[in-house]
Design a protein around this ligand. Sequence first.
Ligand code: ZN
Length: 284
Amino acid sequence: MSANGAAVRILDREQTCELCHGIMPAGTPLTWPNTPTAREHPDYATWDTVNRRWTHAGDEACGKLLGGFTPANQLPRTAAPPQSTLDNTPPAPTPAQTTAVVPAAETAPAVATTPTLPSLTSEQIAILRGGGRFPRDASPDEIRFGLTVADQIGLNVWAGQVKFIRFRAGEPMVPYLGIDAYRALAERSGHYQGREIKVVWDESVKDHPIRAIATVYRDDRQHPTVEEVEWSEAVRYSAKGEPTQPWQNMPVTMLRKAAEERALRAAFPLQLSGVYGDAEVPGD
Ligand SMILES: [Zn+2]
């Protein structure tokens, strides 16, 4: 960390990109998946929140789909666009040429383009930790980093649109979005046409529905996205082995939310992959 405390987050030790197996040396700048920074800097390191592994940050590095983390060898190969006979400008460099693993020394200039992390008072840090927006053990640097990430996604941490959770001690935090934020990000795509959610009960189960089915519509897709979620696979348990409080107190709401989150994420992968929803918050 620099003397003024506004350090860019960097890898504190070498990591291997699990997609291209390139070495990301200690000192490689960190960013979140699906942020403008990640798209601009494929040579940054990111914690892939879906598959829980380190990878290069950008969509072009290692052939990843934008936000989709699809390994290169599983991507459909798209043919190069036909060259216009009028266009004699040289082709843009291909991702492979621009995103080769670079030594630490060469990553340094990129840091200058990273937004400066906000400075926070110790009071603000205490509020963010105590209010459940960040893990209680979040360092001031992690909090500054999280606020910057939220800002880049266009969500407000103070308003509770996004919060950060750590699955296990020592792991990087991951962003969790409330259902309102999910809908807002879908809306921002300009193609969201609403959703329907059906809840299915079974006579033999009194306490909760057994299934929820969410359908999401886009105006630029011929078919809606339908996601079906079973209670048994969606419910979260506490360490005591009981459903967590939200799942006990609001079983219908939570199951609906789980289905809606999944359908929204499937329908809007560019906006929503790499983030978790309310209904997926693990038990403690
Ligand atoms: Zn890679």
